[in-house]
Structure formats: C-alpha cells, structure tokens
Design a binder for this molecule. Structure first.
Ligand SMILES: Nc1ncnc2c1ncn2[C@@H]1O[C@H](COP(=O)(O)OP(=O)(O)O)[C@@H](O)[C@H]1O
Ligand SMILES: [Mg+2]
Length: 397
C-alpha cells in the first residue's frame, strides 16, 4: 500500500458528539505533518457516515446542514482482493468519480454510545481492519458501569458499595429498593449505568431527593446504579497506554470541579477552547498527592487496564476518600477526552507521538489476530459432511 490512510472516525449518535469532534480535530492536526494521510469519517447526529476534506476544519461545524450537504456519504467496503476501503457513495461534480481509500488503520475518536461501547469496534473487526483503542469486550464492559464494577470486584479492585436495578424492578418494588438504598447510607449517588459526561448523575441526601434522582436518571437509561457517596471526595485519574500484555501508567491528575460532583458544564463548558479540548478543564497535573498514593493509584490503574483487556490509551478514574486515602475504582474511559494527551505530555510524549503509538498498537493487535488460525479449509457443508443432518431440505438425513 503506497499511501498509509489513517481513517479518523468521530461524531456519532452520542451526547458527547461535540467533544468527539474536538478530539478528532486534535488528531487530524497532530497527524498533519506525519507520514500518514488522514481521511475523516464523521458520523452525524442522525447516524449518517460522511467523509470529505471539509470535515477537517473545525470552523465548518458551525453550520452542520451546510457541512453535511457538501460532504460525501461513505461506507466501508471490501474490494475484490479482500482489502477494506472507505468508499465515497456519491460524487459532487458532474465528472467527479467517487473516491475510495484503502484503510491502513482507524483512529476511533468517538466519545460515548456506539462509538465507544464496542459497536463501532465490532464493525472494524468485521472488516478486519486495525483500529485504535480497546476491542469489543473492553469497550463494552467499560461502558457499562454495573458490569464494570462487577468485573472489578471479581478481580480485587475496590469499588463503592452499591445496588443496581432496572425500570421494571423500580415499578414493581420501589419500597424495597428505597429501603436497600437507605441501608447503604445517605448521601448516595444515583447514576445511569451506561452514559457519560455526568448526565443523570446526582448526589442525594434524603429519600425524596433519591426518588427524584432515580426518576430523572430513568429518562436516560433503563438500568441504574445507586452507590454510597465518597466524602470527603478527591478524584484522581490516571491514563494507561499499551496492551494488556505490555502497558504503562501516566502521571496522575486531580480534576477540579466547581461543585463536588463534576458536571457536564465543568467538564466541557467552563471556558474551554476548541483546540485544547478536555485539556482546558481545570486540573492539577501531576496530582498534588503523596508519592505513596500516586504509586497505589498508578499500580491500580495498570491492573484495572489489564482486567478490562483494554488497549491503546485509556483513562482510569478513581474516587479517593480524602481523609482515609482509601481508593475506589470509579470508571474506565476507553476513549478518554483528548486521548488524555495532557497526561502523557507531562510524561514526555507529545500528542503526535501518542497518535503514532496508538497506530502502532492497532497494527500489532491486528497482526496478532490475523496470525492465528481463524477459519478452516474443510467445508462442513460439502455433500459428504452434510449427509447426516436431519430435517434439512437438500440433505438425505
Ligand atoms: N460514589 C461517588 N461518591 C461521590 N461522588 C461521586 C461518586 N460517583 C460519582 N461521583 C461524582 O460524579 C461524577 C460523575 O460520575 P461518573 O461515575 O464519573 O459518571 P460519568 O461517566 O458520567 O463521568 C464524578 O466525576 C464524581 O464527581
Ligand atoms: Mg466520570
């Protein structure tokens, strides 16, 4: 392949759509002077797949209908020698021919929903193309807070006490759920199992607030989590880079919220500038904590990354009781905002290096997958083999 095309995939049907656009613009500009060509793959809020040069410029996103109308619908297709191409599905000029680009690797720059929960990763697996970040398993378990906590518990990673329930349970057994929740002790935190960006997350101090928070959270998700609130709370995040077999931890960060629970506004709207993306949120790097606590968290971050079979760059978020310094796993972000580059920047890796490393890891994982036997020459449907199958037309069984 002469041209090494990196498909930068972003957007998507997700509440974090805009954040994903920012992350993607960072990737595109970081790879501008690299040996790769970059091809944007923008998934609109309604789920259309688009490509085209205009999608590389952040200022074009101010007028989305115009941008959509000037970009090309696109799809992954297999050519007749089995390569996967990102292919334009339409042409914009009378004599223009739809272009197609052989895919060298995909950088997944989605945040939230199908772009981060393993669905898009599954599409890449089906097309057998290298892609950045965690695979289907790590991505999907990582997106589900209930399953993520269960996996941690089974692997001796401390988590807060909690209970989870579905909407039907709530309708049928409200009293029991409230009593069980109260046994955990107020204050409590209510959260939807598989959202992000603090949407639907609420700290509550009594039964009435709890009921209200639960009703609100069910507007976002059919599966909820109620957990003990850590107080006094200190949040510490740490990024891990590599594969489950070989990975390392970054420096730690302490994000600063204006209220105790970091809100969507704290994360993305508090005077953040587009180029900086997530890096502009208020944070202390390296976290102003003891070296012992730093090492505890970095070790736990690596152990958690391996437990989830994560890959590429992930950010592990921990809740720390500021008084006792007890550490609890809170969540894994398998595609962290701005790829957590600002944590690696401080560890002497630039954004561009980080992207090159992500591409390298994607290729390594792809080679490892393809180096194994994945299909068999024997045709089990050949006439002889199919003979014994009862109840099927066309067999003699
Ligand atoms: N158990 C808890 N105790 C205290 N605060 C919490 C707890 N869980 C979450 N929070 C607060 O709520 C914020 C959002 O919760 P989180 O689980 O990280 O959801 P999201 O996936 O939406 O980021 C956290 O950053 C933290 O400030
Ligand atoms: Mg969070």
């Amino acid at each position: 392949m002469s041209q090494k095309n990196i498909v930068v995939a972003f957007g998507g049907v997700s509440p974090e759509h805009e954040v994903s656009v920012l992350s993607a613009m960072q990737v595109l500009s970081a790879l501008e002077d690299s040996s790769y060509s970059t091809i944007p793959l923008y998934i609109t809020k309604s789920g259309r797949w688009l490509t085209g040069e205009l999608l590389k410029d952040l200022s074009n996103y101010k007028d989305l209908p115009k941008l959509e109308s000037q970009s090309h619908a696109c799809a992954f297709v297999k050519d007749d020698i089995g390569r996967t191409l990102l292919k334009e599905q339409d042409s914009k000029g009378l004599f223009a021919k739809p272009k197609s680009f052989p895919v060298y690797s995909v950088i997944c720059a989605f945040h939230g929903s199908e772009g981060e929960n393993g669905s898009f990763q599954g599409v890449c697996e089906m097309f057998n193309i290298p892609y950045s970040g965690s695979g289907v398993l790590g991505s999907s378990v990582g997106m589900d807070k209930v399953k993520a906590k269960q996996l941690c518990e089974a692997n001796s990673i401390p988590v807060t006490s909690s209970l989870d329930f579905y909407e039907k349970d709530w309708e049928d057994h409200q009293e029991t759920i409230l009593n069980e929740a109260e046994l955990l002790g107020f204050p409590l935190v209510v959260k939807p199992s598989s959202l992000g960006s603090s949407i639907g997350v609420k700290k509550v101090g009594d039964r009435d607030e709890l009921i209200e928070a639960i009703e609100t959270a069910f507007r976002y998700d059919a599966h909820l989590l109620v957990e003990e609130a850590i107080h006094p709370l200190m949040e510490i995040n740490c990024s891990v880079l590599g594969t489950a077999e070989d990975c390392r931890a970054s420096v730690c960060e302490r994000p600063l919220g204006t209220t105790e629970t970091l809100s969507f506004e704290d994360k993305y709207q508090s005077g953040g500038s587009a180029e900086k993306g997530m890096a502009s949120a208020d944070r202390v790097i390296p976290a102003d904590i003891s070296s012992e606590l730093t090492e505890t968290i970095r070790t736990m971050a690596v152990h958690t990354f391996k437990t989830f079979d994560a890959a590429g760059v992930a950010r592990l978020d921990f809740l720390v009781n500021e008084e006792t310094e007890e550490v609890y796993f809170n969540e894994i972000n398998t595609i962290p905002g701005s790829f957590s580059f600002y944590l690696w920047d401080k560890s002497e890796i630039s954004f561009k290096d980080l992207m090159e490393e992500l591409i390298g890891i994607s290729l390594k994982r792809h080679q490892a997958k393809n180096g194994r036997i994945r299909s068999y020459e024997t045709n089990l449907l050949s006439e002889k083999a199919a003979k014994g199958i009862k109840g099927l037309k066309g067999t003699k069984g």
